[in-house]
Design a protein around this ligand. Structure first.
Ligand code: MN
Length: 233
């Protein structure tokens, strides 16, 4: 039923494409996992025994495959983090690890785009991370592959190239928390719901992006994600 009481037009939901169909996946929230690969924990100089943790991006930060992304304002260190993205078709609270796979609609390749200088400043000052992590166009995400087609995604190569040069290379099997463990742990913090999307953390090799760069990301069994950083004006 059309809601007539809105005083301004409500925002349209952010969407993800789905491989092999014109249907689309509506995004409710974007959750992200920090420090889920040991080699990345080491390159960030963090405590190797500290467990991964969660932060969030707004749903409208989604950027589709083949997009041109503007170099964001207020940063001199715009960085890439390639990540496996999981999209949920079911939610709930306190989801057992063994029941988590049933909640998954599909998987995609994503980039947790980061204003690293602002993130580190916030971290060092004990401030929230939004300025570094949750800005416009900060969640690049390729088309979803349905879980039935993709399989368990427990292992497989994950790579990111900038202008064809390999920058990040890892394997999904290196994740500290598995996809099912992530869903279970996040559901202890919040009630998960259909449409929630989770970026599951980045392997080692994070680094800066420059205007004009083309970024290509691959995970075995999923569609490639490619974005271009807008050339300098
Ligand atoms: Mn990340």
């Amino acid at each position: 039923m059309h809601e007539t009481r809105f005083v301004i037009p409500p925002a349209q939901p952010a969407i993800l494409a789905i491989d092999g169909t014109q249907l689309v996946f509506p995004v409710r929230r974007i959750w992200c996992v920090g420090r889920n690969y040991l080699e990345h924990v080491r390159e960030m100089g963090q405590d190797e025994r500290a467990p991964p943790f969660f932060f969030a991006k707004p749903a409208d930060a989604i950027v589709a495959h083949d997009s041109v992304v503007a170099y964001p304002p207020q940063t001199a260190d715009f960085q890439h983090e390639v990540e496996l993205v999981v999209a949920l078709k079911l939610g709930g609270r306190d989801i057992p690890v063994a029941a988590a796979a049933r909640c998954i609609f599909g998987y995609a390749v994503g980039i947790d785009l980061t204003r690293r200088d602002l993130q580190l400043e916030a971290r060092n000052l004990g401030r929230p991370w939004e300025a570094g992590k949750s800005f416009d166009d900060s969640a690049a995400c390729g088309p979803l592959t349905r879980a039935e087609t993709a399989g368990a995604m427990a292992r497989g190569a994950i790579t990111l190239r900038v202008n064809g040069r390999l920058r990040q290379s890892g394997d999904l099997g290196q994740m500290i928390w598995s996809v099912s463990e992530i869903i279970s742990k996040l559901s202890e913090l919040v009630s998960l719901a259909p449409g929630d999307v989770i970026m599951t953390g980045t392997p080692a090799g994070i680094g800066p992006l420059s205007p004009g760069d083309t970024v290509t990301c691959d995970i075995a069994g999923l569609n490639q994600l490619r974005i271009t950083i807008a050339p300098a004006a």
